[in-house]
Write a protein that binds this ligand. Structure first.
Ligand code: NDP
Ligand code: 8X3
Length: 251
């Protein structure tokens, strides 16, 4: 049985990925800050035998280290790391954006991903095997109006993914990035600070990607024979052609 650690498993893409990998027979370590949601998911997966919970804020270096170090065998032997935790905070021009939002995006999306990776990579290096999937974004491939710092954080994820693949090549570790376009999750609710009405408009008038679509792609990527590493995937809803081109209405 393989073990997968998924960050941001309380919602959206991470939750759907946990559900899908559970069905695929993985032992799971599910992470997030909202403990109740993790507990509900663990119960749905039949309890603690094959699913461990880690509650931490990825911004807290020590909490990340301590949580991952606390994992008992067999959960500590991680074969697959899905670095998914992240969000956009705000959608403002660079001249009016808030420092708090910028800190949140760089600290969570970039540094948090590094802290989690730092805690897990040594065991992969030691066993000369493992798979790391970083959830980037189309925002990591192009910059769109008012996306500035979120786009910067996701460009960093893209660069870190490439750097990981290069540096971990000697150890036979697979590293890849998945870069979705618009996925209907709690993402916009977080970006717009709880303004559900505004968040909903992001997904209206066309068929957005669903979390399960990305989970399905992750299940495909991880199930390839070990000599295949799907390194870089951009996934749009059919209605979307770029960050700024979105066709709404009937075909
Ligand atoms: P959600 O808001 O639904 O989920 C975000 C997840 O990240 C939650 O489980 C949340 O858990 C976790 N998270 C956020 N901040 C922290 C933190 N400080 N510490 C620990 N965990 C944290 O959004 P998505 O599922 O859409 O987002 C998942 C990833 O996909 C993100 O990296 C996002 O940038 C990326 N993405 C999303 C797209 C979209 O259109 N939705 C498109 C492209 C990429 P909790 O709050 O419990 O801590
Ligand atoms: C999430 C997609 O277009 O809001 O990364 O940046 S977008």
């Amino acid at each position: 049985m393989k073990t997968a650690l998924i960050t941001g498993a309380t919602s959206g893409i991470g939750k759907a990925t946990a559900e899908r990998l559970y069905k695929e027979g993985y032992r799971l370590v599910i992470c997030g800050r909202r403990t109740k949601r993790l507990q509900d998911l663990q119960s749905a997966f039949g309890g603690g035998e094959n699913c461990a919970i880690l509650t931490f804020d990825v911004r807290d270096k020590k909490a990340v280290e301590d949580a991952i170090a606390s994992l008992p065998v067999p959960f500590s032997d991680i074969d697959l790391l899905v670095n998914n935790a992240g969000n956009a905070h705000g959608l403002d021009p660079i001249n009016t954006g808030s420092l708090e939002d910028w800190d949140a995006m760089m600290d969570i999306n970039v540094k948090g991903l590094l802290y989690v990776s730092k805690a897990i990579i040594p065991s992969m290096v030691e066993k000369k095997a493992g798979h790391i999937i970083n959830i980037g974004s189309i925002a990591g491939k192009e910059v769109y109006p008012n996306g500035n710092v979120y786009c910067a954080s996701k460009h960093a994820v893209d660069a870190i993914t490439k750097g990981m693949r290069i540096d971990l090549n000697a150890y036979g570790i697979r590293v890849g990035g998945i870069h979705p376009g618009l996925v209907e999750t709690e993402f916009s609710e977080v970006r717009f600070k709880g303004d559900v009405e505004r968040a909903n408009t992001v997904y209206q008038g066309y068929k957005a990607l669903q979390s399960e679509d990305i989970a399905d792609i992750i299940a495909f990527v991880v199930s390839r024979p070990y000599h295949i590493n799907i390194a870089d995937l951009v996934v749009y809803p059919t209605a979307q052609a770029s960050s700024t081109i979105l066709k709404k209405g009937e075909n």
